[in-house]
Design a protein around this ligand. Structure first.
Ligand SMILES: Nc1ncnc2c1ncn2[C@@H]1O[C@H](COP(=O)(O)OP(=O)(O)OP(=O)(O)O)[C@@H](O)[C@H]1O
Ligand SMILES: [Mg+2]
Length: 242
């Protein structure tokens, strides 16, 4: 029997027949503000708190300080987890502020024969260092934007995903969706896709979640409402909504 990785998001595991498969990689896609980062943070934080599974957050857009503050806004103190060696933030932003200027940081990406090669190595050594079982990349879209050749991009992505699978690290790869109808490459190469939606109902906006694909896992085909409040995200099952 395969081990199920419980997501830590109330209501989500039951629509995934108990959770994710250990070592699998899942794209988490949605428009701006739909809750992608929140879901990713909760997956990592609850992983440590409830299951004692170390985690890694790879940031490509927000600074590590801003990420820590986002965790804190839900009451999740990750500083102490970092000090205990259970959590690592990898700063993989291609552009960083240096002495008040925005500078191109080429240390991770320069001279690669394949995209993501150095980043994958850095992630793998961090996974080893804290025996991480969970990983979030926020976001894959920023990573992909740096490469124009789609063939090499796909090869690089596949290499990264394969390495994470081999390390038995369950990964959520955040993908930003917008108005375009093109299906991003990352949707094809990963083993699962979870979509977050904003649905307009008259003059209010409702949040929802949908499991689009999950290889090897029987999942719900419903689009279910979600709530985000001070303690994080929750999937609402229709019969539970007051
Ligand atoms: N404490 C809170 N209580 C209720 N809602 C909150 C709270 N904190 C954040 N939110 C809401 O959660 C939303 C989701 O934020 P999040 O950063 O997870 O989205 P995202 O999909 O990562 O966005 P982006 O694409 O811009 O990175 C915020 O826009 C805000 O409306
Ligand atoms: Mg975000």
């Amino acid at each position: 029997m395969t081990t199920k990785v419980r997501t830590g998001i109330p209501g989500l595991d039951s629509i995934l027949s108990g959770g994710l498969r250990e070592g699998m990689n899942v794209v988490l896609a949605g428009p701006p503000g739909s809750g992608k980062t929140t879901l990713g943070m909760q997956f990592l934080y609850q992983g440590i708190k409830d299951f004692d599974e170390s985690g890694i957050f790879v940031t490509l857009s927000e600074s590590p300080i801003s990420i820590k503050n986002s965790f804190l806004s839900y009451g999740w103190d990750i500083q102490s987890l970092i000090e205990q060696g259970k959590f690592i933030i990898i700063d993989a932003r291609p552009f960083k502020m240096e002495e008040g200027f925005v500078a191109l940081d080429e240390s991770l990406y320069r001279g690669e024969s394949l995209p993501f090669m150095h980043l994958t190595q850095l992630i793998l050594s961090s996974v080893k260092r804290i025996a991480a079982k969970r990983l979030v990349v926020d976001s894959l879209s920023v990573l992909a934007m740096q490469y124009t050749n789609e063939f090499y991009l796909r090869q690089g992505l596949q290499g990264m995903i394969h390495a994470l699978e081999s390390a038995n690290c369950t990964s959520l790869l955040i993908s930003e969706t917008g108005e375009t109808r093109d299906i991003p490459i990352d949707w094809y190469v990963t083993s699962g896709i979870i979509l977050l939606h904003h649905i307009r109902r008259e003059d209010t906006m409702e949040r929802a979640i949908q499991v689009l694909k999950m290889r090897g896992i029987k999942h719900s085909e419903q689009i279910l409402p979600i709530r985000i409040n001070d303690s994080g995200m929750q999937v609402m099952h229709p019969r539970l909504i007051p």
